[in-house]
Design a protein around this ligand. Structure first.
Ligand code: SAH
Length: 294
């Protein structure tokens, strides 16, 4: 990995979105919004006179001068070390999710350890939505069953299901980075023969009759996928959904009811929410799991 250029720009709210679009055309590939502007990142080798002039041009077009911009090179070494140090083992349900370079503390030795190196993919186990599924999975993974994980990211949920006794899993993701990362993580956990990671969405899965279907994707993407997603499950199979906000609960429960599914169990952490559905089940009847994720 090359060094990274960090460009800090002071710019008004309404000018930020179009500026970010123009910067991504110039090769900037990550952005952060701050109180008074935008921080943009690009591989440092791209930062030559031509690019600097192009960015200065973008600022001039908006009536700003180059003083609105601060540039800084972040050495690759520091960048990686900082990021790696920030990822520590975390507990979720019966699991500890831990990057391969960390040691699992002895007091967690009884847990099922999932070795997940996130790279560019989402799903470190640090996100509440991932942890919600990990907690819910413990009761619903069918021994010897086939699992479908839509939006697999790092592969963490599929790998967790395999470690809990599922025989095989298919993970799909529209993001090519996730596909590579999911495969790497499968190998790291010794389940590469059982986890089939494919690029794409549900259309990349011609099979059906899965014994468990899981998906952790934000509601705006997930909701339109739900009819296709439940069609992949065999009639008695649980469907586990996360990536949802607690405020979206009623809406999603309604959509799933329309598809013939009842909420069977649920969990939340901070503002996030997820649940387990079964075809035909009415109401929850289970005490909700809440709190901070253990
Ligand atoms: N399952 C992981 C990752 C969840 S993040 C975990 O629980 O931690 C959501 C993932 O869904 C991202 O990797 C994103 O690339 C993927 N995604 C987004 N839209 C999708 C779609 N329409 N079909 C399949 N995957 C999708």
């Amino acid at each position: 990995m090359p060094d990274t250029l960090r460009l800090t720009l002071s710019i008004d709210d309404d000018a930020r979105e179009p500026l970010v679009a123009d910067l991504s055309d110039l090769g900037f590939d990550a952005f952060e919004e701050t109180a008074d502007g935008v921080v943009a990142y690009a591989p440092a080798p791209r930062w030559d006179g031509t690019t600097r002039e192009a960015v200065a041009g973008l600022l001039r077009q908006r009536g700003l001068d180059a003083r609105a911009m601060t540039e800084e090179i972040v050495p690759d070494q520091d960048w990686n070390a900082q990021w790696e140090a920030s990822l520590q083992p975390i507990e979720a349900g019966p699991f500890v999710v831990a990057p391969s370079w960390t040691e699992v503390p002895p007091d967690l030795a009884g847990a099922t350890v999932l070795r997940i190196d996130p790279k560019m993919a989402f799903g470190t186990g640090y996100h509440e939505t991932t942890r919600i599924v990990l907690r819910l999975l413990a009761d619903v993974v069918p021994a010897g069953g086939r699992v479908l994980d839509v939006g697999t990211g790092t592969g963490v949920l599929a790998i967790a299901a395999l470690r809990l006794g599922a025989a095989s899993a298919v993970g799909v993701d529209v993001d090519p980075w996730s596909v590579t990362n999911g495969r790497d993580n499968a190998a790291l956990n010794g389940v590469e023969d059982a986890l089939d990671v494919r690029e794409g969405s549900i259309e990349a899965v011609p099979e059906d009759g899965f014994d468990l279907v899981v998906s952790n994707i934000i509601r705006s993407i997930l909701e339109p996928l739900l009819p296709l997603l439940v069609a992949k499950a065999r009639p008695e199979a649980p469907v586990v959904l996360s990536g949802l906000l607690a405020t979206e609960r009623e809406r999603v429960v309604g959509v799933m009811a329309g598809l013939g599914y009842g909420l069977r169990e649920e969990a939340s952490e901070n503002e996030w929410w997820g649940g387990v559905w079964l075809a035909g089940a009415r109401g929850s009847g289970f005490a909700p799991l809440t709190g901070n994720g253990k």
